[in-house]
Structure formats: structure tokens, C-alpha cells
Design a protein around this ligand. Structure first.
Ligand code: PEP
Ligand code: MG
Length: 756
């Protein structure tokens, strides 16, 4: 007998019971008879959760007088263990199990073998279905599977009969009840409280039994087709990382999407009488269980991918395709996702989105930069997240300490509130520094500018008192737009931004698209796939080839800056000629505007970003041509270390406080001495206190940083004596064995400088 045919026999008979007019208790009594007969089992019992206890609701084979009398706590005896762990037990000798508990009123002493499966409803155990046998034997796989499928159907039967108390807190597995702590990697520091919302909502299955098996089969077939199309599409996009997925994951997706075994198992589950949704879930449950028995981290990773894909298939079948953003956030939210693209994050309502927890993520991934700019704390690399968090759970996120507390106790919530209040006080203290100019203790004025990318970010300029915008990421407008932003729209944005900045300079960076900043309407038109998008066709490389794009942007910037100074820089300049070519595009547009008798900028201050190490070797040729150089340490670091900034596996691999980077940056300054061009840093590094201290120590006087860091960095600047820190940095960088992080921390501590 196959699993499908045995389950199907049971299901067909259950169908009749369900359709009959008898009352709920009568139905359960019939159900245990049917299952017992079909599995040729002397005992079959159903326990359901009532008032926090598992109560024997129906039995064949045990003493009938025990019905509604025998009650077990969650975690008590074999039945309680199954419910607590949401796990199947299959035992040849029940008494030999350490959790076995004898209940004399049931008369079960003569039975030896025991198998039980949880009855799960909306991901929670609401009961247990068990069979027992006089003979000592382990149940066969087909029998266990039939039992599991039956339990799935039973959950629907008893839900329809109103026998499920879903809100009973005992209906939760151990990991889903009580407080849990998740730890991860601090990506954007800060505190936030809110309700858990899954970026990709989970599908809840309401109908388990199929009315028409062929129709269900058809639904699954077309869902498979759709899913394969989606995956092919993602893979064919040169910049598929926009969705947050990585190549490796995509490869695994592909492997599973075409895996015959997977589709066959789903098909078999449909044969047994389940709906498409239930069949997908059933197969997934089974895989989960198998995987749990194999303790292998590599396989666990794969399992993760299969879970994702299975969820995707479910969403396609159920027609629930949108993300939580499209459904709108209703309360203060902590968003839960495996990974996100920057554009996906920007789709959320900024007023409601309080924090993000990612299973992946790395410090300089653009989604993290965007979140930082939005002031949204992010915890990354939070393993095992999905096993612990349910949609709607209360979460306290302390990204500064790299932890999140799920379903906090009142005590923990109070302590958190106190910390939250303190942090707000600190923020208020930083706000007081708004009009204080950042002079060091030794009297040097440091330029503290901020990074921005959206119109809304400009409020931060007034709030923080930054010296201007040192990096305006113009591509954000492209990322949040479904189509290429027209020139007029660009002009309007740039003009608004300059108006908001008033007298303070704004350095516009021309579009840096590509890498992990993908836009669907601008794809590589070469037949060559970018294997490494961040080193591929992106930024200025793309802009110089798509000249229309750069021309339009140049014109928009020149028109917006009419009568003022335009500061513009080019991203990812690798060779000096690229800077020349980009400048040429601007000069041509300028000449055009002049011919048209339009008002043009008073002056244009051109700059280049130093992100590609090769450019550092050409500074003597570049510096005479530019007004400034801005070092993008996010990209520079990934190229110096050959470590992909978006790859979560490398998230902790390189350190901005490593001597290689600091020596490199120091050498750039030394080479630039004697030229007029200003040299500054605009990568994330400058916004981190220890790193900023190191940068001041090696001679940097201009930092452009995320708005939230402006206050803390100004405060730091005011406490530093440059002579002291630069001589210390010189010593440390000359000492090969030194731990720079520890030294900087100790140095700051000695001087009473505190960091968050
Ligand atoms: C950088 O690379 O450091 C930088 C500032 O640019 P982006 O992070 O936008 O690539
Ligand atoms: Mg960059």
C-alpha cells in the first residue's frame, strides 16, 4: 500500500463523515474508528486542547470512560511532548520512552507500540492524534505519513466544528511561547519596538480536503510553471540582486524548482485527497521533519532555500503575491525578512516602519545604507528567526546590542522603555549641538557633512546642523520609481534639495546604478551576464555608455543649479579618462544651455569618487583636474579586500579598522598634499565613532556621514586633540601586532570619551 492510497482511503471516508449531519463529538467518534480500522490499529485516540490542557476527546480501543476525563498538560507524557515539540513520535515500546506517563483510567497497559502526530492549525499544535498496538512494532513510514495527512485534515474538521481554541496560549510550540531572544549582527544601531510583520506574508491554509483532485493538480502544475518562470526571470536579470537574492541562493532555487522528486511528492499528496495548498504544506512538513533528524549546517541552509521556495509556491497557488508593503502597515512595525533590496524597503510607510530584522544582510549592503539614512535600526544575520517569531508578535529591537526580544515579559519591556527614554535623551543632547561648530580641542574646524538620497532626508540637514550634503545619492530617485524618472522630475528634485540646503553645499553624485542597486527598467543589454555585479556594468561605466541617461541628468542638475554653484561628482571612476568623459558631457550640456540663453550655474565644482583602488595610483593626473575627491570606503573596502559588500557570509570578514585600509587612506592624503583638491570620506565608515577617530588621526578633516551620526561625531570631534590622536595612530600603524580597535577604545576611555 502506498502512502497516497492509504491516506486517500482514509480521506475519502473522512469526507463522508464531514459531510454528514452528525454533531461534532459524533464525528470525532467516527473518525477514530475509521483511522483505527484503516491502519489496522487497536487503539486510535484524539486529544484536543481545552483550557490549556490536552483532553482525550475520542478513542477507539481505550476505556471510553476516560473520554473527557484524561487530561494532560502540554509537555506531559508522550501526548504532551508531541504537542509541545510539534513532532511525531513512533515507538515500538511506549513505556521505554523517558516521557511516558501511565494513565490507569485509560486501560492502556496492554498496548506496547505507540505513534502520535501533532494536529496543527495555523502553525500551532492544537491536539494530538495517536495510535497504539498490542504488538511491539514501529509503525511503517507509509502509516506515519497517512497519520500525518489525516491529522492535517482533522485540523480542518475540528476547526469547522468549532473545537479549536486557537487563542489558547498553550496552542503554541515551546519556541513560540514565552519570551525568546534573537541575536544577530548590528547593522544599523538603535532601538525600536513594534509588531512583527513578515515581508513575505505566510499563507494560512483554510481548506485542506480537495473537492476536485484534478483541478487541484492543475493548480499546482500552473503554479510550478509560474514559479519556474519567476526564477528564470530573476536569474536572467543581470542585476537580480535588487531583490536581495544572491546568486548561490538562486542556483539552489533553480535546482529545487526543477526537482522531480519535490513535484512528485506534492502530486502524491494531492492524490491522497488534499488541496494544492495543503499538499505543498504537507510535503514541506515532511521535509522539515526529515531535516531535523540530520544535523548538518549545510543542509540546514538548503532547507532554508526550500522553505522559501515552498512558501513562494504556496503564495502563487493561493494568489497572495504582494509583500507586506503592498498591504500597508497598520501599526508600529518590526519588519522580518530574509533579505531586502533597497527599493523594497523604500516601499514601506516610513511612519510605521520602526525596525528591520534580516536573516541575512551586511553592513554596507544598500538596503542597510538606506535604512541607516531613514534612521531605522536593523539587526542582521538573525538565525532561526522564523522558528521563533510569529506574525503579530511584540518585538523589542535593540540593534545597538545586536539582540531582539520576542514576546517580552513586562519586566523586560520596562527595562527596555527606560533604555529607550535614555537614548532619546541622548538624541536630544546631540540635537543641542546643532548650531555648535565642530572644532577639535586643538582648534581645527572639521567638516561634518551628511549623506542623503531623498527629498525627505533634507529635514535632517536642519535638525543635525551638518555642514552640507557631502553625498547625495541621486540613484535613490531611480530606485523608488517604476520607470526611468524624466528629466523634469529630476530637475524638480535637485532644485528642491538645493533650496532646502540654502547656503550649504550639496554634492550630487551622478547615478550609481547596478551592483545591488538594480532598477528593472535599466538592464544590461549585453549578452554577457554580470557574474559580479558590483565589479560589473554599473555607476559611471553604465552612465557613459547610456549617454542619454547621463546627458539628461547633467541637464537636470545644471538647470536646477541655475545661478548657484553646482557640486557634482562621479561614482566608480577607475581611470582618469572616465572623469574627463563625464565632465565633457556636463560641459556640452552647459554650452547648450548657454546657447539657449538659459541661466546657468555660477560655477561648477567637479569631483571624483575614489572607490576603485587603481585610481589611487593616478592621483597626480587626476588631482589637477578636480575640485575635490570623495572616498567611498564602502566600495573601496570591498575592492581592496576582494570581499563582496553584499555577501552576508563576508559581513564580518573585513574591518575598517584594519591597518591595510587605514594605511591606504593615509597614503592617499599624503599623495594629495600640495594640490588644491579637497579630500574627504563619504563611506559609512566615517559615521562610526572609532573609525572616525582613526580617520581624524590619519589626517582627514572632512567627513560625510549618515544623518544619525552627525550629532555623535560632532561631539567626538569636540573632545579630540588632533596632535595626540595623530601621533598615537602613527605609532599604532607602524606596529604590526597592534589591535587598533582595542587601542582606540582605550585611548578614548582614558580621555572620558564615551561611545553609544
Ligand atoms: C561608497 O561606496 O562608499 C559610497 C559612498 O557609495 P555607495 O555606498 O552608494 O556605493
Ligand atoms: Mg560606492
Amino acid at each position: 500500500m502506498t502512502a497516497a492510497s492509504s491516506a486517500r482511503q482514509i480521506l475519502t471516508r473522512l469526507h463522508e463523515v464531514m459531510a454528514s449531519r452528525i454533531h461534532a463529538q459524533g464525528k470525532l467518534d467516527r473518525v477514530v474508528e475509521i483511522i483505527g480500522e484503516s491502519l489496522d490499529s487497536e487503539v486510535c485516540s484524539i486529544y484536543l486542547l481545552r483550557d490549556h490542557m490536552l483532553e482525550l476527546f475520542a478513542t477507539r480501543g481505550l476505556n471510553k470512560s476516560a473520554v473527557h476525563v484524561t487530561r494532560m498538560a502540554i509537555g506531559e507524557g508522550l501526548t504532551g511532548t508531541i504537542a509541545q515539540q510539534v513532532e511525531t513520535l513512533n515507538l515500538a515500546e511506549a513505556k521505554a520512552h523517558p516521557d511516558f506517563k501511565y494513565r490507569p483510567e485509560t486501560g492502556e497497559e496492554k498496548f506496547h507500540s505507540f505513534a502520535g502526530v501533532p494536529i496543527v492549525y495555523h502553525e500551532r499544535a492544537v491536539g494530538v492524534l495517536s495510535v497504539q498496538h498490542v504488538e511491539q512494532r514501529r509503525y511503517e513510514d507509509v502509516e506515519i505519513e497517512a497519520l500525518q495527512t489525516t491529522a492535517m485534515v482533522l485540523s480542518e474538521v475540528i476547526a469547522n466544528a468549532g473545537l479549536i481554541d486557537e487563542h489558547d496560549p498553550a496552542a503554541l510550540s515551546e519556541a513560540q511561547t514565552g519570551m525568546q531572544t534573537i541575536s544577530g549582527l548590528k547593522l544599523v544601531k538603535g532601538l525600536a519596538a513594534g509588531t512583527a510583520v513578515f515581508h513575505q506574508p505566510r499563507v494560512t491554509i483554510d481548506q485542506v480536503m480537495a473537492d476536485d483532485i484534478e483541478a487541484e493538480r492543475h493548480r499546482v502544475y500552473s503554479a510550478f510553471d509560474r514559479m519556474r518562470e519567476q526564477i528564470e526571470h530573476m536569474a536572467s536579470q543581470a542585476e537580480f540582486r535588487g531583490g536581495g537574492e544572491h546568486e548561490e541562493v538562486l542556483e539552489t532555487y533553480k535546482m529545487f524548482a526543477y526537482d522531480e522528486g519535490w513535484s512528485r511528492r506534492i502530486n502524491e499528496a494531492i492524490d491522497s485527497g488534499l488541496t494544492a495548498e495543503a499538499a505543498i504544506e504537507r510535503v514541506q512538513q515532511r521535509t522539515r521533519m526529515r531535516m531535523r533528524e540530520i544535523d548538518d549546517p549545510l543542509l540546514a541552509d538548503r532547507m532554508h532555500d526550500l522553505e522559501d521556495l515552498s512558501n513562494r509556491l504556496l503564495r502563487i497557488v493561493a494568489g497572495q503575491l504582494g509583500t507586506a508593503a503592498s498591504q500597508g502597515l497598520k501599526r508600529d512595525t518590526i519588519l522580518i525578512a530574509r533579505n531586502l533590496g533597497p527599493a523594497e524597503l523604500l516601499e514601506y510607510d516610513r511612519r510605521r516602519l520602526k525596525g528591520v530584522i534580516l536573516e541575512e544582510g551586511s553592513l554596507t549592503a544598500h538596503v542597510v545604507i538606506v535604512a541607516r539614512a531613514m534612521g531605522i535600526p536593523v539587526l542582521g544575520r538573525a538565525n532561526g528567526l522564523r522558528a521563533v517569531v510569529c506574525e503579530g508578535d511584540e518585538i523589542l529591537l535593540d540593534a545597538s546590542k545586536a539582540v531582539a526580544t520576542v514576546r517580552p515579559t513586562a519586566q523586560i519591556a520596562e527595562a527596555f522603555d527606560r533604555r529607550f527614554a535614555k537614548s532619546r535623551e541622548r538624541q536630544a543632547a546631540y540635537a543641542e549641538l546643532r548650531d555648535v561648530e565642530p572644532f577639535t580641542r586643538c582648534g581645527t574646524r572639521i567638516q561634518v557633512m551628511m549623506n542623503a538620497g531623498l527629498r525627505d532626508d533634507m529635514n535632517a540637514l536642519q535638525l543635525t546642523g551638518a555642514d552640507g550634503v557631502g553625498l547625495f545619492r541621486t540613484e535613490f530617485q531611480f530606485l523608488v520609481s517604476a520607470t526611468l524618472p524624466q528629466r523634469e522630475r529630476q530637475t524638480r528634485l535637485y532644485r528642491d534639495v538645493m533650496d532646502a540646503a540654502g547656503e550649504r553645499p550639496v554634492i550630487f553624485r551622478t547615478v550609481d546604478i547596478g551592483g545591488d542597486k538594480a532598477v528593472p527598467y535599466l538592464r544590461s543589454d549585453t549578452s554577457v551576464q554580470d557574474e559580479n555585479p558590483s565589479m560589473g556594468w554599473r555607476a559611471l561605466r553604465l552612465a557613459l555608455e547610456r549617454e542619454g541617461l547621463l546627458k539628461a541628468q547633467a541637464r537636470a542638475l545644471l538647470e536646477a543649479a541655475a545661478g548657484r554653484t553646482l557640486h557634482v561628482m562621479f561614482p566608480m571612476v577607475s581611470e582618469v579618462w572616465e572623469f574627463d568623459a563625464a565632465q565633457q558631457v556636463f560641459e556640452e550640456q552647459l554650452a547648450f544651455l548657454k546657447r539657449q540663453k538659459k541661466i546657468v550655474p555660477e560655477a561648477i565644482n567637479y569631483g571624483a569618487m575614489l572607490e576603485v583602488p587603481a585610481l589611487a595610483e593616478m592621483l597626480d593626473l587626476l588631482l589637477p583636474k578636480v575640485g575635490f575627491v570623495s572616498i567611498g570606503t564602502n566600495d573601496l573596502t570591498q575592492f581592496l579586500f576582494a570581499a563582496d559588500r553584499a555577501n552576508p557570509k563576508l559581513a564580518e570578514r573585513y574591518d575598517w579598522l584594519s591597518p591595510a585600509i587605514l594605511r591606504f587612506l593615509r597614503r592617499v592624503l599624503q599623495t594629495s598634499a600640495g594640490y588644491d583638491a579637497e579630500i574627504g570620506i563619504c563611506g559609512e565608515m566615517g559615521g562610526r565613532s572609532l573609525e572616525a577617530l582613526a580617520l581624524l588621526g590619519i589626517g582627514y578633516r572632512r567627513l560625510s556621514i549618515t544623518p544619525a551620526a552627525v550629532g555623535p561625531i560632532k561631539e567626538l570631534v569636540r573632545r579630540v586633540d588632533l596632535n595626540e590622536i595623530s601621533s598615537a595612530m602613527n605609532d599604532w600603524l607602524a606596529d604590526p601586532g597592534c589591535d587598533l580597535r582595542a587601542n582606540l577604545q582605550a585611548w578614548a576611555k582614558e580621555r572620558g570619551i564615551e561611545f553609544d
